[in-house]
Design a protein around this ligand. Structure first.
Ligand code: ZN
Length: 115
């Protein structure tokens, strides 16, 4: 298991938590607002096949892909400044695949906090 070699640094974990939290307020909200209209547009496309719902559906889907690409490019490992995952959402990463620094505490969220 490669995760056993991961380095524990509370500063990296804290910096990552700050990044993920600010992302949730920004691009995370944008992604949710883009995902929601996909459902009615998809139903519309299915019930009334015409060019308008198809264009709307793919327009929003394209914006969503774009938002995800921006997301990956901006959510970087606080230690080596690269996207911490090879694919998928960086937000769910537990450790960075490049420098093997933990991004979330392997001992639980409360570890290292002053009570
Ligand atoms: Zn890293």
């Amino acid at each position: 298991m490669s995760t056993l070699r991961a380095t524990y640094d509370q500063q990296v974990i804290d910096a990552w938590a700050v990044q993920v939290a600010s992302r949730k307020r920004g691009i995370g909200k944008t992604q949710l607002m883009l995902t929601l209209p996909l459902i009615p547009f998809g139903i519309w496309m299915f019930l009334m096949p015409s060019l308008v719902p198809v264009l709307l559906f793919f327009g929003v889907a394209f914006a969503l892909v774009l938002a995800q690409l921006i997301d990956r490019a901006t959510l970087l490992c606080p230690h080596c400044h690269q996207p911490p995952t090879e694919r998928g959402t960086s937000e769910r990463a537990d450790f960075c695949v490049h420098c093997y620094y933990w991004l979330r505490s392997p001992y639980g969220a409360e570890h290292g906090k002053v009570a």
